[in-house]
Design a protein around this ligand. Sequence first.
Ligand code: HEM
Length: 498
Amino acid sequence: MSGRMAQPTAISQQYQSATAFIYLVLRAIYRITFHPLVRFPGPRLRAISHLPHAFCGLVGRQPYDVRELHSKYGPVVRICPNHLSFITSSSWEDIHGHAATKKLQKYGYFRVRPDAQAMLTTTGDEHARQRAAFAHGFSQRAINDQEPTLTLHVNRLVEKLEQQIKHTSTFDVGEWMRFLAFDIIGDFTLNTQFECVENQRYHPWVTLLMKWFRASSFVTNANAFGQLAPFIMLFAPVAHLKGVKDHLDMSAQKVHERLAIGDDPKRNDLWTYLLRSKGDKALSLGEMEVNAALFLIAATEPLSDVLCGTLYFLALYPDIRTKLRTELEACIGPDGVLNMAVTARSPYLLAVINEFMRMYPPIPGGMRRKTPNEGHIISGIDVPPNTVVTIYQLPAYTLSTNFALHDRFLPERWLPADHPERPKETLADRQEILQPFSIGPKNCIGKGLAYAELKLILARFVYHFDFETVDDGFAIDKQTAYLFRDRPPLRLNVSVRI
Ligand code: HEM
């Protein structure tokens, strides 16, 4: 009886396997013959399967791999069956500009809470309402109001580093930059003192988040494996993924504490401005909670990446460091104070930061968008409907397609065209491609704050300390990159100048 039952089961399994195999073969043939993206260049294997791209993502090499593809196949490459990567300068406007944002939807973003969404994952009118509610809190006026808080944190860093140098002059400067980034953003967006710099160690909340950054990028890449995703997810760091629940709960708690204080003009933090948003612009409690959680994630890693990387390059190039210092000294007024007004007057400081973000974009991959049902024109190319499109930032900024002397750290390329020190070769650079904060209505709301922080912290560090590399452990092309970078320690030998 049981033998008779087993026979049809075995046959049906064979039948299912054969059907699945035939389906995969036919799908592969379709993808390289009649698929709407067949006219776009790229390797055959990538046109057939998502696996090569997903695998590069899992091992942290996706942006480097896409760079190889662009250098071989040109400015538009089919990197997956249904996914195109662009590195043309006009693609920013066509994918992320105001008109495009109404048509192309975000692709592959996940909501962290079912009942309330943060700005990053909202669309249309809902997004516009949330942006408007937060806009004043991120305005230049609000940033200027934050200068005393920012200065307090930077002063503490300088003081603590001076103590550290007395103990040992060689240490991981990168860790201090992460301490500082969390302290500042915790204060600005959550009204919380993490005191990472003060205690010289991560607050448990910060540790939890750092593990979550890595785990969430694992999920994004695992999803690209399609039917194999559940198998890949068996290896997911589940405990770290669950950390997001604690992060959401703790952020919500902090929002409640801040709301209990109410509109306090003496504080002038993000919430002072938000609480004044009334009527259509007002946010629900859930929206405030989930946005507070977003700020801490969005604002810290990219910022500390830029701080670390810029210091690494300044350590490698003492001439550039000296030139920057000389310009800063010339910008300081008779009061001898190096503040935000001074850093705003230094074009070379901005050039150094921009050149660094070119060579080491803090978001080295790209933001995915999906073309609408009627298709969409990008850089003059007719892109079929429902295609995933991305501007991969690392290839866009570090290939000769867009920048002359592309592998040289050359801040002078960002000086005005008629500046005597502007290298002639760079006059044809496609500068408009450099958009590390993205463009359009969904670009980075914290761009102004990020530049203010970067300028003040870097200027104060360069002014107070001298520093040099002790090994090549931070070499940028050897670093793996997930959603953000997986940064190795930045070990520098640091001494006090002033
Ligand atoms: C070097 C530092 C930073 C870089 C390179 C950066 C980059 C970006 C980029 C590229 C986006 C667009 C993301 C997308 O379309 O999916 C974005 C969005 C965002 N960023 Fe930043 N960011 C930085 C610092 C900050 C800071 C300091 C804050 C302040 C809290 C912040 C808050 C946000 C928020 C809330 C969004 C979502 C905006 C929206 O959807 O309307 N970022 N950022």
